[in-house]
Design a protein around this ligand. Sequence first.
Ligand SMILES: NC(=O)c1ccc[n+]([C@@H]2O[C@H](COP(=O)([O-])OP(=O)(O)OC[C@H]3O[C@@H](n4cnc5c(N)ncnc54)[C@H](O)[C@@H]3O)[C@@H](O)[C@H]2O)c1
Ligand SMILES: [Zn+2]
Length: 366
Amino acid sequence: MGNVNSAKHHQPSDQNIIFTNNVGEAIDSIVGEIKPSKLFVLVDTNTDVLVLPRLAAISKAVESATKIVIKAGDEHKDLDTLAQVWSQLSENGATRESMLINVGGGVVTDLGGFAAATFKRGMAFINIPTTLLGAVDAAVGGKTGINFNNIKNQIGAFRQADAVVISATFFDTLSQHDLRSGYAEMIKHGLLESPEVFNRLIDSDVADIDTNAMLNLLQESVLVKKRIVDADPTEKGLRRALNLGHTIGHAYETLALERHSPIPHGYAVAYGMLTELVISHMQLGFPSDTLQRYAKYVAESYSSFNFSCEDYPNLLAYMAHDKKNASPERINFTLLEQVGKIKIDCIVGQQDIKTALDITRDLMGI
Ligand SMILES: NC(=O)c1ccc[n+]([C@@H]2O[C@H](COP(=O)([O-])OP(=O)(O)OC[C@H]3O[C@@H](n4cnc5c(N)ncnc54)[C@H](O)[C@@H]3O)[C@@H](O)[C@H]2O)c1
Ligand SMILES: [Zn+2]
């Protein structure tokens, strides 16, 4: 269990993260310390039905809060929705001393965090992530924002939540796809951290993990991200380690979207990590037995992503358009020398990427 100190005692990059399956108690304790003048709770149309009644039954703070509901889905993480949240805060008398409790996945915590960071130049907010992806990734680390002009997360701010309460309590209504998608980001943290953490994750199937065991895994995983973020809160260097699997993963995600058969973000990351581990093997000698084990895990848990060499030009173009890349010839990767040994800012040429895509297709058996 983490502590429940008020955020004002922490460095700006430090974040108060509480791991507990007694979520109601934790929220009431944080609210008791910060003593906001008025409470608001932000949910989406799904967490309004699936989570809020359960939370209101165990937390006086949540029960008494003024509710704001937004439409579910990343397509609603936009300016219109943000303006609705600002309006409702304003019409219901929110001040800089009020607090917003974000209850939901990454969409609610990203948009709610940004709404709170900007309303009256900043009111308190806490995150209660209710998806696995939210718990291990979106709700921690201080990146808040919305999509704008068809560009993901184009508008936003770095602003740490005053507290994040992480629990596995609400995962029982998530789909298998949602669980597996979030688990891929946990595996990413395992790859960045150590063979021990990585092995623990790929030796289990996310569908079989009980709530208490999951809480331990969440804690281990979130602390990996927290350590990296605390060392580099505004992504000047080391934080780019968290992009592992994402340069190629985003390209797979975009390709799937262009084909009108979207794949969940975490699935794209699982496939992207496979290709980037192949590149790590080619360029930095990442051990082939670990690569083989990971490939087997992906095949079993994420099936395969179908693409052919005819897709290579498009995939390379999507990678080149990634904001971190100065030119198509200079595509920037986070790679691994071995599990836990990170190398950021590796420049990889197009021919090597094509070879890695060939090997990925072999490993996936497509
Ligand atoms: N800020 C960051 O550092 C960061 C990191 C990664 C991702 N993100 C953002 O997070 C978002 C993706 O997060 P996500 O996958 O949580 O998306 P999401 O918030 O859209 O949640 C996925 C779906 O699950 C529903 N849901 C939420 N909790 C549920 C529950 N307990 N049971 C059943 N259904 C539930 C939601 O209503 C939604 O339909 C994206 O917008 C992405 O950009 C942000
Ligand atoms: Zn991701």
